[in-house]
Write a protein that binds this ligand. Structure first.
Ligand code: SF4
Length: 375
């Protein structure tokens, strides 16, 4: 490898798709749009595959470790970030809602706090610092600026704190201690926050509602919102706005899949109501040929069961092993193709005709072989 191509190699390695998160994360519950949360949890979007983003995450983790080390140098302060090599956290609803905290900090006053650590660029950091300074000058000593600075981050703190209080009452959590690190100047902002039990309960209720939804919820953002225009690529935007199905038919987008929300061992299990089996993470990533879209993910009028209408054409979503008796019967992959091609049924029928011919030939082949085996 030449010297010039080293970074290309780095990008290639780091730009590989990140692994799919199996659960709904407590850190994201404060996000405004429930549709985004549901689509992510149901793996409707492609996994992140961006070398620069991967480096941002990696740097964030390294800085968090550094800040933990700095805090541990403070006299009479105890900070625990891991237990038995694992991040501290917990789960609810059969393991489908999970959270992992940055740490538990016991101060010189002997009280224990949730430790939450973030990093920010200089522009964002300066805004937080300014708000915090104003609050201090007004005589405040806690709940200074973090909630105003970033509502989603603040909700995360209330969720983590409430979850710890519920699941680890022996820790007697007194509140939260926030640190934010300026990635440009290495300045550190800190603030003490009280925990709000009402917000915690609301967020937990929201998670329960989301996990029970069999169809995607309404979008909170319109087509022209900056969150949609600036922060989604074409595929994501299409799926979010209900103009495209997800690209690949995986179990979590199939109408036969169900999360087991009452598993006492909290394994985050999924089952298939068609095969009546548990489907593990690996199988969920593959799906199967009998996949049928969750109707709300198909950009067409749903006429009940597996029947849809688009551009005055009635069509059916069928598994590949189903007999395709109805005209305009399509597998989930074919519907994904169709909606990316203006629902041009005429063109697509050329493809499905070829598939049907192949299916018939294959079936004849199987029958012939079966007959031979019987001889
Ligand atoms: S039918 Fe196939 S794709 Fe659908 S949930 Fe069952 S195993 Fe997964």
């Amino acid at each position: 490898m030449s010297i010039e191509s080293i970074m290309e190699g780095v990008d290639e390695q780091m730009g590989k798709p990140m692994s799919r998160r199996g659960y709904l994360g407590g850190s994201s519950l404060g996000k405004e749009c429930p549709r985004q949360l549901w689509l992510d949890w149901r793996w409707c979007n492609a996994p992140l595959a961006d070398a620069r983003l991967a480096r941002i995450f990696a740097l964030g983790h390294q800085l968090e470790d550094n800040i933990a080390e700095f805090i541990r140098k403070s006299p009479k302060v105890r900070l625990i970030t891991h237990e038995r090599g694992e991040q501290i956290g917990g789960s609810f609803f059969g393991g489908h809602l999970r959270y992992h905290i940055d740490g538990l900090l016991t101060g010189a006053d002997g009280k224990t706090y949730l430790w939450e650590c973030k990093t920010a660029n200089n522009r964002r950091f300066n805004r937080l610092n300014k708000l915090g300074t104003q609050a201090r000058e007004a005589g405040e000593t806690k709940n200074l600026a973090y909630s105003e600075w970033d509502e989603t981050y603040s909700m995360q703190v209330h969720f983590y704190g409430g979850a710890l209080k519920e699941q680890y009452p022996e820790e007697n959590i007194h509140g939260a201690y926030i640190t934010v690190y300026d990635k440009n100047t290495s300045a550190i902002y800190s603030e003490q926050m009280d925990l709000d039990e009402i917000i915690y309960n609301q967020l937990k209720d929201k998670a329960w509602w989301l996990l029970n939804l069999k169809e995607p919820p309404q979008a909170a953002y319109s087509k022209s919102a900056f969150q949609v225009k600036n922060f989604m690529d074409d595929e994501e935007r299409g799926i979010y706005l209900g103009e495209l199905t997800p690209l690949n038919p995986l179990c979590r987008t199939c109408k036969f899949s169900r999360p087991n929300l009452s598993d006492k061992q909290k394994r985050g299990q999924w089952g298939c109501t068609r095969t009546k089996t548990i489907i593990n993470h690996k199988q969920q990533l593959k799906g199967c040929l009998d996949h049928e879209w969750i109707p709300g993910l198909v950009p067409a009028k749903h006429l009940g069961n597996n029947k849809y209408e688009k551009n005055d054409v009635v069509f059916y979503n069928v598994g590949a092993s189903n007999p395709m008796t109805e005209e305009h019967s399509y597998t989930s992959s074919e519907i994904a193709y169709l909606c990316r091609n203006d629902f041009n049924f005429e063109d697509n029928d050329k493809i499905t005709d070829a598939r049907k011919l192949f299916d018939v030939k294959q079936q004849l082949e199987v029958t012939k072989n079966d007959n031979n085996n019987e001889d």
